[in-house]
Design a protein around this ligand. Structure first.
Ligand code: DGL
Length: 271
């Protein structure tokens, strides 16, 4: 069985996996959450690269031929080195894809006035990846990036819909709109942030489109598999999902079952 590997530092990648399952239900997926070492968003480049590569190799060892880094921080800090150095040297027949490029590709069709905002982890913002990727494709778009360090802890601690979250949602919206009051599109460039979507939608001005990445990444995966029949052919198709986590399975099973609306029985592993 060759599953499609989906990796995130914790729970955030489930927002991507859920959309992949909706769009491409026929495939088998293997999700790995490095919950024991999350969050990645405040870690250095070298550490994120190290942890991400360990996770990718773990997914390869389970037979995955294709791995999606469903984590912006890992995509920003580790993807290029993995694609350009590690894979050609060690696994020339395997593929690793990220979430930043698919998001950047569609942004030009969404913004009307060419002013966008990007909410992400400190690590993603520090890498400058969004401005770089968006401007490579659409040099006329003005990209305003903002690190939102309190969002991931709110999600990981099940406080995304609590009253405490209101304060930080309003605070970060205030800062980004002060930087650029003309923003018409706000990208939630961290896979944890869609869990805060209802609050961000509630407090953001109505004219701003708030974009979560799940369906963009799912569309991009569908397109990738269409263009790479040699990989598509190898993906097994029984419609299953399995979960691995580096933390205790109890909390993972509880949160993932609620989020995926299906009973989850994860297996604990060590990286
Ligand atoms: N889910 C990760 C992302 O998309 C960040 C979470 C973390 O900081 O570990 O950037």
């Amino acid at each position: 069985m060759t599953q499609i590997g989906v990796f995130d530092s914790g729970y955030g990648g489930l927002t991507i996996l859920r959309e992949m399952r909706k769009r491409l239900p026929q495939y088998d997926y293997l999700y790995l959450g490095d919950n024991a070492r999350a969050p990645y968003g405040t870690r250095s480049f070298d550490v994120v690269l190290d942890f991400t590569w360990q996770a990718v190799e773990e997914l390869f060892s389970h037979g995955c031929r294709l791995v999606i880094l469903a984590c912006n921080t890992a995509s920003a800090k580790a993807l290029r080195t993995i694609q350009q150095n590690f894979l050609p040297m060690k696994y020339p027949d395997r593929r690793v894809l990220g979430v930043i490029r698919p998001t950047a590709e569609v942004i030009g069709d969404i913004t009307r006035n060419r002013h966008i905002g990007v909410f992400a982890t400190p690590g993603t913002i520090q890498s400058g990846s969004y401005t770089m990727e968006v401007n490579k494709l659409f040099p006329d778009i003005k990209v305003n990036e903002l690190a939102c360090p309190m969002f991931v802890p709110l999600v990981e601690n099940e406080e995304a819909s609590g009253d405490g979250a209101d304060f930080f949602v309003k605070k970060y919206l205030g800062i980004i709109l002060e930087k650029d009051p003309d923003i018409d599109t706000l990208v939630l460039a961290c896979t944890h942030y869609p869990l805060l979507f209802p609050k961000i939608r509630k407090f953001a001005p109505e004219n701003i489109r708030v974009i979560a990445q799940g369906d963009l990444v799912a569309d991009s995966l569908a397109d990738y598999l269409r263009r790479h029949p040699e990989i598509e052919r190898e993906c097994s198709k029984n419609g299953t999902v399995e979960y691995l986590t580096t933390e205790s399975t109890e909390k993972f099973n509880h949160l993932a079952s609620t989020f995926m609306k299906k009973e989850v029985n994860a297996k604990r592993i060590t990286l």
